[in-house]
Design a protein around this ligand. Sequence first.
Ligand code: G3P
Ligand code: CA
Length: 310
Amino acid sequence: MVMKHSRPGLPALALLAAGLTATPALADTLAPHGEILNIAHRGASGHAPEETMPAYDKAVELNADWLELDAQLTADGHLVAFHDESVDRTTNAEGPLSDYTLDELQALDAGTWFNEANPYRADPAFEGVSVPTLKQIVETHGTDQKYYIEIKSPDANPGLTEKLVKFVEKHGLVESDSIVIQSFPQEPLKRVHEMNPDIPLVQLVWYHPKGYEAGAPLKEWKAVTPAPGEITQADLAKIDDYAIGIGTNMHYKDRRVIDEAFVNSVREAGLGLHVYTIDSIAKMHRLIDWGATGIFTNFPDRLSAAHDVR
Ligand code: G3P
Ligand code: CA
């Protein structure tokens, strides 16, 4: 479900005139006609163990527009959906993900931790659930479903970008307008376009105080942009050269790092603005009112509800 919000968006033709690559997925991805995209962060990961089939099944059931996932590689080179570089937090084992073959990884229990951490949302069906491959997710949900895939920890996953591009091509996700690839570092995104310029890209950014001190000026993690208050149209035009949008945090701890003026600047540059990771309905309302074009949420149902009262 692509939800309409109260602010008009930029007409698609204006975006094209602004120099965006006319990829088939452009309209759906940017939500250019006053819409906001419901992006299920690690699946509906507020309801089920993150990046497992139950989380992706639940996201589809809740009508999320996009299934967000973090692509990494097993020791024997299989693409899997997994966030951390180690298996410690979300499985019953320890150590770097990259030490595990697919068979070893899929023997782990990636669900019981969720039941222990979320007793009010626990479900016995989550016990023993395994880490899925990207192939399992896409073959289950098909090419009508949209996938918002992050190149996660590229330094820990050599060859990931190339494998991911070949995967999305092989599974027909480009032709079906069902893919966005996202990354914090710019280099993997540029590598994607060297291989296939038709794949829509989103540049992730993360703003935090310099030195992580509460009142310090803001900086961007990978120096992709200046601080939000200092960003210019020239800065944004550099991102517009290769990406269709920006994915940003809204807060660093209790400090808000973006504002309505930032949203307006990004949209004026012809870029989509997708904000992670928002589970508060009050914050969803604020972002909808500012004109954000997408929200990553662990609770796609909350975003639907937030939209319904706007
Ligand atoms: O990909 C957007 C958002 O998911 C980035 O943060 O740490 O959840 O991958 P993370
Ligand atoms: Ca992610």
